[in-house]
Design a protein. Structure first.
Length: 531
């Protein structure tokens, strides 16, 4: 995941900034650190489910790039250098899902943040009162611009272009930031970096932050403006501008965790707009409720617009699609990389499923994904381990909607929308959203507008505490991507999101009206009568 707060950072950073209980001098010897870096590289080569298409797209050679950072791990002189060297070692793989965390009882980077101004340490999620977005008007030369301003800020305006961050030019800042960020596509890196730039967090080493605030050089109508903005408590900010994700001519009808339902103010317009939030725990129930509501309101023949531009991940995207489209489609597939951790992974996952099944009195066994997933793990995957295969066989994604021997063809649900569908995508989100987008695009289920999604989908990750090889003391919590997601078109999805029918990126020129323009393009397509 690129440049976003990890859960442990969000929950623990502020209180730990001023803690006096952090471990010190806990990074062992240079020999031990060098051995740790070598161990992590070796285990990566043995365990990782590599995406060759992503590596080509990003010009990545994972072994080469990890070895380039290994010396920094060995040469680290304190906990902060050690931790951030391991961050860069991990990020050399270019996978947004994969992060490193301090190991319980091991080195921690949090101590160094005490050296920031104490007032900052007492704030709740400190940040400057600005928001930034990326203008993709020139996709080979994107720029950051100010998209929102706190009401107390006087020297910055919406639309100002960022030309320098501190002492670095914008391009120098991108080069500096890239190794510290988790991403699987370049566009997702930029979008998430713009999102994290205003914040004080553990994305960057503490040396990046100045207790006086964030210094920016901005360009406005050919003029240059330099400002240093103080960090403030995020909860105290009043924003100058309202949320831009608005839909002229539509009103909010109902909210669910996974999506919000908007309907036209003009009853003659036969369109339902779904603002997708995430593929959450309520997705099945909320999708069923949507279909029942649509049946009651005579909406099932309406066209659908699905706004996924700010959606998160989750699961069960295919379940939703079976109810949003009248067409059959092929789902995504997945596999497992066979390695030294596969049997333990199978045992853990099967054990977890069986415990949950016992708690539900066996009810989960009636759901296809439970039984088929366990059957695949204990049969096909275990046989693959015995046969020393490099990968397991490919099966419908986590066996969630079709049996393990299925060709992946899913049929529409008994009750479903029968109109046409338009989907909006952007580089912001990924994971299950990537899969949803690939099922939509590869099966030609909808007209797609915007930009490709973030491109960071895999099947599972493996997470473990890794010890120093010589001292055997805990060193770091490290993750590996241990399976591929396979798009309906047969390609690996990681770093390879589905393209859109109409490229319509957010830009400096259109950011205030971007959603209105997306609506206009959608209506134009729907009026055309094309299928």
């Amino acid at each position: 995941m690129v440049c976003r707060y990890s859960a442990w950072v969000v929950l623990g950073l502020v209180s730990l900034l001023t803690s006096d209980t952090m471990a010190q001098d806990n990074i062992s010897t240079r020999e031990d650190r060098a051995a740790l870096a070598e161990l992590l590289i070796t285990k990566t080569l043995e365990r990782e489910a590599f995406s060759e298409i992503k590596n080509r797209n990003l010009q990545v050679d994972i072994e080469r790039d990890m070895r380039h950072v290994a010396k920094d791990v060995a040469d680290a002189s304190d906990e902060i250098e050690f931790y951030f060297a391991l961050v860069r070692l991990s990020n050399a793989r270019r996978d947004r899902h994969l992060l490193v965390r301090p190991a319980p009882g091991g080195p921690s980077p949090l101590t160094a943040f005490r050296d920031l101004n104490n007032e900052i340490g007492q704030m709740h999620r400190p940040r400057v009162a600005l928001e930034f977005q990326v203008s993709f008007a020139e996709e080979k030369a994107p720029v950051f611009f100010v998209s929102n301003v706190g009401k107390t800020i006087r020297d910055v305006q919406r639309g100002d272009i960022v030309t320098r961050i501190g002492s670095r030019s914008f391009q120098e800042f991108l080069v500096f930031a890239e190794p510290y960020c988790r991403f699987s596509t370049r566009a997702n890196f930029l979008v998430r970096l713009a999102e994290v730039l205003p914040n004080v967090s553990l994305v960057f080493p503490p040396s990046f932050y100045d207790h006086r605030g964030l210094t920016l050089t901005l360009q406005r109508d050919g003029k240059i403006v330099e400002v240093t903005l103080p960090y403030v408590d995020s909860s105290s900010i009043e924003w100058m501008h309202a949320e831009t994700q608005q839909y002229p001519g539509f009103r909010l009808f109902k909210k669910h965790e996974s999506f919000r339902i908007y309907i036209p103010e003009d009853d003659s317009e036969k369109i339902i707009l779904l603002q997708w939030q995430m593929f959450g725990n309520d997705l099945r129930a909320s999708t069923d409720a949507l279909v029942e509501l649509a049946e009651q309101e005579n909406w099932l023949e309406h066209d659908l617009i699905v706004d996924c531009t700010r959606s998160g991940g989750g699961s069960q995207g295919a379940y939703a699609l079976q109810r949003l489209t009248p067409r059959s489609f092929r789902t995504t597939f997945g596999n497992l990389r066979i390695s030294d951790v596969t049997q333990e992974f199978v045992d853990n996952l099967v054990g977890s499923y069986r415990r949950r099944n016992e708690l539900t009195g066996g009810a989960m066994r009636t759901r296809e994904e439970g039984g088929w997933l366990v059957d695949w793990l204990t049969d096909d995957v275990v046989n693959g381990i015995a046969a020393k295969q490099l990968y397991s066989n490919n099966v419908p994604f986590k066996c969630a909607h079709a049996p393990k021997d299925s060709d992946g063809l899913l049929h529409t649900a008994k009750k479903h929308f029968s109109g046409r569908m338009v989907c909006w995508f952007s580089p912001y989100g990924g994971s299950q959203l990537d899969q949803f987008a690939s099922m939509v695009a590869d099966n030609d289920l909808a007209y797609t507008i915007g930009m490709p999604t973030g491109g960071y989908s895999n099947t599972w990750e493996w997470n473990e505490t890794v010890a120093f090889p010589i001292s055997h003391k805990p060193a770091i919590r490290f993750m590996w991507s241990i399976g591929h997601t396979i798009r309906p078109n047969g390609e690996v999805l990681e770093g390879n999101p589905a393209d859109v029918d109409l490229r319509f990126p957010l830009t400096l020129a259109n950011h205030e009206t971007h959603y209105a323009l997306l609506l206009e393009e959608s209506r134009k397509y729907l009026r055309s009568g094309k299928n």
